[in-house]
Design a protein around this ligand. Structure first.
Ligand code: HEC
Length: 113
């Protein structure tokens, strides 16, 4: 009699565990689609002549935030940076546009030299 009682208790226990497990599995379906929100980096290039050329040509491979991220550079340094983008990295910028961009960069992000 005692044995049967123990058996019934154990059976009920395992049923309760199984029911709990089933509930847990139901609450966390495996292929739930989750969405996350990425931070937005808000920045803008300084106003000035030829700003749009810089915004257009310099955002092809990386963000234009690379420009304000630099310390103030001289015109020669900006020229070297832009020519590195063209010659080393293959930026498709016609020389005429590159010259205007260099002027814009040294006017807006330059040392004044
Ligand atoms: C053909 C692709 C391409 C274009 C277009 C481009 N860049 Fe770059 N730029 C790179 C790569 C590659 C790096 C170096 C790797 C990195 O830091 O992501 C870089 C890095 C930079 C850096 C970081 C400092 C340095 O000297 O490496 C600055 C500043 C920069 N670019 C400015 C510009 C400006 C201004 C323009 C527009 C005239 C421009 N880029 C257009 C590819 C490009």
């Amino acid at each position: 009699m005692k044995k049967i009682f123990t058996l019934v208790i154990m059976l009920e226990l395992s049923l309760a565990i199984a029911a709990g497990l089933a509930r847990t599995l139901q609450a966390q379906p495996k292929d739930t689609v989750k969405s996350i929100e990425l931070p937005v980096m808000a920045f803008d290039l300084a106003d000035g002549p030829n700003r749009d050329k810089a915004a257009g040509f310099c955002a092809v491979c990386h963000g234009v935030e690379y420009i304000p991220m630099q310390p103030k550079l001289s015109k020669a340094q900006w020229s070297a940076t832009v020519m590195k983008m063209v010659k080393t990295f293959g930026a498709p910028i016609p020389q005429e546009d590159a010259d205007r961009i260099i002027e814009y960069l040294s006017d807006s992000y330059g040392t004044g030299k």
